[in-house]
Write a protein that binds this ligand. Structure first.
Ligand SMILES: Nc1ncnc2c1ncn2[C@@H]1O[C@H](COP(=O)(O)OP(=O)(O)OP(=O)(O)O)[C@@H](O)[C@H]1O
Ligand SMILES: [Mg+2]
Length: 440
């Protein structure tokens, strides 16, 4: 039990592609920034990369935390041993090219905890502007998180950040709370993966979780490879010198020279930023199983690349789902999503199946394609004949992307929840194992 309820709790959802951080009780996370760290290590000659923003370069700036100085979102520097290492976090810092800067993601299968701490530092100091010692932390975790990761999370929060109290809650539980449900089957498709998890009376039924590698990142990579395969050169703004004519249009574009020290991971990251935008603006879910011949007549959508080149995006804007959001045509493709749900519900007790099919929550950024929810609901309903299916998903884009965080914000501000916190005292008396008994 944690007794200090004078300060608001912090809610953190560190996803594969974006971190959401903010104050419990608020409607939306105050800070949303990429789960990516730009790392510049000093070379053998001691040179640390540097480089100005190109003239006219467009910057995608994170909304700053209220009152935060603009400089706070920029690079944070530190020293590791004798090697000097500089870290760049946040959309703005990552959009400025720097020599020798590698883009790394700490939230892979093998976690890089030191790098993950850079993201938390950025969230606490630069974005929320709080002192972690003063705030209880509610951390969202993947529903399939390993015991080892949960223990490590707890250890870092208490030992490194010296927080007064911690609670770790599963993504699926938080998403169902955000929809006002305690029993549901939650399909969360985000940047890194898709996870189907049944939640019964506030607890994830762990043995029935089904995972699919289908993800927003996979779709982005697929679209980029399709465009490159067609000979499209996706050039990010940092590579370009643009002259704007009197009429406001691009008069000339030349490629900036001398970019030999720009790392391939930075180029790829910037290219994917462009493709994410293309994907989020022109792609949509095909209403039926995609087949090349019947979709030959699909009208093109046009998209302007940063160099001013306008490309036609045809069938691939529907076909992005071939990898396969839905219908599966070959065994090498992924399991269809309605099958994932059926497999998951199939592993649950028969007396709760009706309730689960009656509350299918569809959430995560990768479900925001037009027609996604409708198609999933229809295919799911067609695949089971005896039970009624009802999908629920927050209609607003922000709520669907932030449902995990919003659920955490609701949970951490409930009066009845306050006895659930793991306090520093409990931690020092019982050690890391307490996370398993206290956080289901
Ligand atoms: N309007 C949109 N249409 C399609 N895809 C979108 C849209 N908005 C965001 N996305 C995609 O959603 C993904 C991010 O979703 P989300 O924020 O739920 O993931 P995450 O929480 O970082 O990852 P995960 O939950 O897998 O750890 C990105 O791939 C992004 O391109
Ligand atoms: Mg997520």
């Amino acid at each position: 039990m944690y007794g200090g309820d004078e300060v608001s709790a912090i809610v953190l959802d560190v996803g594969y592609t974006s971190c959401k951080a903010g104050f419990a009780g608020e409607d939306n996370p105050k800070a949303v920034f990429p789960t990516a760290v730009g790392v510049v290590r000093s070379g053998k000659d001691g040179v640390v990369g540097k480089g100005p923003a190109a003239p006219g370069e467009k910057m995608d700036v994170d909304p700053p935390a209220a009152g935060a100085p603009a400089a706070a979102a920029a690079a944070a520097g530190t020293t590791a041993g004798t090697e000097e290492v500089k870290y760049n976090i946040g959309t703005q810092a990552l959009s400025i090219r720097k020599d020798f800067m590698d883009i790394e993601n700490p939230i892979q299968d093998v976690k890089d905890w030191d790098l993950a701490q850079k993201l938390w530092d950025h969230a606490f100091k630069d974005r929320l502007r709080i002192v972690p010692e003063e705030h209880p932390m509610l951390l969202a975790e993947p529903s399939f998180n390993s015991n080892e990761c949960r223990e490590k999370l707890l250890e870092i929060m208490f030992e490194h950040y010296k927080v007064p109290a911690v609670f770790i809650s599963k993504n699926a539980v938080l998403s169902s709370f955000s929809c006002g449900r305690s029993t549901a089957v939650v399909l969360d498709s985000g940047g890194g993966a898709t996870c189907v998890a049944p939640v019964h009376e506030g607890y994830v039924l762990q043995k029935a979780i089904v995972r699919s590698p289908f993800s927003g990142e996979k779709l982005t990579e697929y679209l980029l490879s399709v465009l490159e395969g067609k000979g499209t050169n996706v050039r990010p703004p940092y590579m370009l010198n643009k002259k704007i004519g009197k009429d406001g249009t691009i008069a000339s574009v030349t490629e900036i020279t001398g970019l030999e020290n720009i790392r391939p991971s930075f180029k790829r990251y910037m290219q994917k930023t462009i493709i994410n935008d293309l994907k989020e603006t022109v792609c949509r879910t095909s209403e039926t199983v995609f087949d090349e011949s019947s979709n030959a007549q699909i009208p093109f959508a046009q998209y302007e690349l940063p160099d001013g080149k306008v490309i036609d995006v045809g069938a691939e804007r529907f076909k992005a789902d071939k990898c396969s959001i839905f219908g599966v045509n070959s065994p090498s493709e992924l399991q269809a999503l309605h099958d994932c749900i059926n497999e998951s519900v199939g592993k649950c007790d028969s007396d709760i199946k009706k309730d689960l099919y009656g509350t299918v929550i569809v959430t995560g950024g990768n479900t925001l394609f037009p027609m996604f929810k409708e198609r999933l609901e229809r295919e799911l309903a067609e695949s089971i004949s005896l039970l009624k299916v009802k999908t629920i998903s927050p209609m607003a884009t922000t709520e669907r992307r932030f449902s995990v965080w919003i659920g955490g914000s609701i949970l951490a501000s409930l009066g009845s929840f306050q006895q659930m916190w793991i306090s520093k005292k409990q931690w020092s008396e019982e050690g890391v194992r307490i996370v398993h008994s206290q956080c289901p």
